[in-house]
Design a protein. Structure first.
Length: 114
């Protein structure tokens, strides 16, 4: 019976020692866990900042793209207008001279009759 009591005491001391070592390990790990938690919070804050910057950059990029498109359309309209000037000038010139642009022979006979 003595062996049973001795075994029971050893088991109780073993459990007490296990509890003591677990508590000591937890206490030793607490600063490391706190440091990891602080690092996690800092990383989360940086991630939020990066998300905000990404959103801002996307908006800026879209604004620049829209501005470039607007200026491109403006330049294209101007170029089309400049290309149309010679034809309009020709029409005015021929109207002043009395030349029929579609059929110059008809214009010449009208001019000769006048």
């Amino acid at each position: 019976m003595f062996i049973v009591y001795l075994s029971l005491v050893i088991v109780i001391f073993s459990l007490a020692y296990l509890a003591f070592r677990a508590f000591k390990t937890y206490k030793d790990m607490k600063p490391a866990l706190k440091s990891l938690n602080e690092t996690s919070v800092r990383l989360q804050a940086r991630m939020e900042l990066l998300k905000e910057e990404t959103t801002h950059l996307s908006q800026t990029q879209q604004a620049i793209t829209d501005d470039v498109q607007l200026k491109k359309e403006s330049v294209q309209y101007t170029m089309d207008s400049v290309k149309a000037v010679p034809a309009s000038f020709k029409q005015v010139w021929h109207a002043v001279k009395g030349i029929n642009v579609k059929n110059p022979a008809v214009s010449a006979t009208k001019r000769d009759q006048a």
